[in-house]
Write a protein that binds this ligand. Structure first.
Ligand code: ARG
Length: 453
């Protein structure tokens, strides 16, 4: 029997029931729903709206139901539509009258809103822990690779030498910002919608501040219509998740490139690679590719919710029942991606010699050679041209700049001296960087120190 049967003279068809129901996916909120109901019953009793004995019976029975759900002893029904009505009807079957009083001064609209916020608050904390673990792993990897030199790229062309530590710390900064974004999103999620009723508030002397305290919310949503129709916090969460997945995906793209025979900078651990069903020699970086692919899914989740919300008049509309699918999907995808990614990079092998070898070709010291001439008094634009001509000469001669004799170099500019060779040594190029936040060994050490603090 439907909880709202009074006004109806006909049963819904089974197809309409099935189409309308969300129990298949919102049963995930059973714990939050029970927690919210217990707090609501306590508040009603404190305000003299419900007998204390009824509130106690509701609490005790709700805790029994919680345990039975966790033990897999309860079957939900499509007839009862969603998690809220399923639990309420089980409660009422067991205790009768007091169960029927629970929904006083409450609507499913503020109920579902509080459930989602309780759920998301916990998940944001879990994601925070996963980001911490990832940052710790990056910190350790960077610390151990301060002397590992590699090509830094622009346009995916060899550009200037950097240390692997510097490259890894770039990602550290991205994930640090992600963490900040999630904790900022948490502030707006941490507001209590319960007590707003269907949209207009209730006629009872409720105590929403008490509810906020009981349920651990920092504050109370100030407008009842906003409280039941706001899903900004969820959109914001999906946006933070999309940005975080974008960072993971960029990193994955690099790891995929780096593990090709062409680069050969890293080797993924066997435990995080897969083979081919036909080509016996293959070892594929499937985990990284999947994270890159799943990023598209999370972007889709963000677009889904933005699109659901864009045409909705105030206040609650049933469209909003569809908010849970993208939200749950993004939470699951992001959490799985973060944890597999952390395991994957902490077990990969870095081919230090291959990275170092790659730095030796591609004229990665050309900018430093130009800077050498600047130090000798030539304007930078002229230096750029001189070195450009030298590079062209080297390409034809099949040599690196440091392989040219001093006579050959003097042929391009008489400012060259013997000290050019030490100035364009790869490690010297890295060490010579002076600007704050640069790839110099000193600067990377400083970045690590800042992080440690
Ligand atoms: N299952 C619904 C949802 O997830 C609960 C709220 C229903 N409210 C209503 N007035 N039909 O949005």
């Amino acid at each position: 029997m439907k909880l709202w049967k009074g006004r109806f003279s006909k049963e819904a068809t089974s197809s309409a029931n099935e189409f309308n129901a969300s129990i298949e996916f919102d049963q995930r909120l059973y714990k939050q729903d029970i927690t919210g109901s217990i707090a609501h019953a306590k508040m009603l009793a404190k305000q003299g709206i419900l007998d204390s004995s009824d509130a106690q019976l509701i609490e005790k029975t709700m805790l029994d139901i919680l345990k039975e759900i966790e033990d897999g002893k309860i079957t939900f029904t499509i007839e009862q539509e969603d998690i809220h009505m399923n639990i309420e009807s089980i409660l009422t079957q067991r205790i009768g009258q007091p169960g029927k009083r629970l929904h006083t001064a409450r609507s499913r609209n503020d109920q579902v809103a509080v459930d989602i916020r309780l759920y998301l608050k916990d998940e944001i904390n879990e994601i925070g822990k996963l980001l911490e673990a990832l940052k710790d792993t990056l910190y350790t990897l960077a610390k151990n690779n301060q002397d590992t030199v590699m090509p830094g790229y622009t346009h995916l062309q060899r550009a200037q030498p950097v240390t692997l530590a510097h490259h890894l710390l770039a990602y550290y900064q991205m994930f640090k910002r992600d963490e900040e974004r999630f904790s900022d999103c948490l502030k707006r999620t941490d507001s209590l919608p319960l007590g707003s009723g269907a949209l207009a508030g209730t006629t009872y002397h409720t105590d929403r501040d008490f509810l906020a305290q009981e349920l651990g919310f920092a504050n109370v949503c100030p407008n009842s219509m906003d409280a039941v129709s706001d899903r900004d916090f969820a959109v914001e969460f999906l946006s933070c998740s999309s940005i975080c997945m974008m960072h993971l995906s960029r990193f994955c793209e690099e790891l995929i490139l780096w593990s090709t025979t062409e680069f050969n900078f890293i080797e993924m651990d066997d435990a995080f690679s897969t083979g081919s069903s036909i080509m016996p020699q293959k070892k594929n970086p499937d985990m990284a590719e999947l994270i890159r692919g799943k990023t598209g899914r999370v972007y889709g989740d963000l677009m889904t919710l933005l699109t659901i919300m864009k045409g909705l008049p105030l206040a609650y509309n049933k469209d909003m029942q569809e908010d849970k699918l993208p939200l749950f999907d993004a939470v699951d995808t992001l959490k799985a991606s973060l944890s597999i990614f952390t395991e994957m990079i902490s077990t990969m092998k870095v081919n230090i010699e291959k990275m170092e070898k790659a730095v030796k070709s591609g004229f990665m010291n050309a900018t430093d050679a130009a800077d050498y001439l600047v130090a000798k008094g030539l304007p930078f634009r002229d230096c750029h041209e001189v070195i450009g001509k030298i590079v062209l000469y080297c390409i034809h001669a099949g040599k690196a700049i440091e392989e040219l004799s001093l006579e050959e170099l003097k042929g391009f500019s008489d400012l060259f001296d013997q000290d050019i060779y030490e100035s364009i040594d790869i490690r010297a190029c890295i060490a010579a960087k002076k600007s704050k936040g640069s790839t110099s060994f000193e600067s990377v050490k400083e970045q690590l120190n800042q992080i440690k603090k």
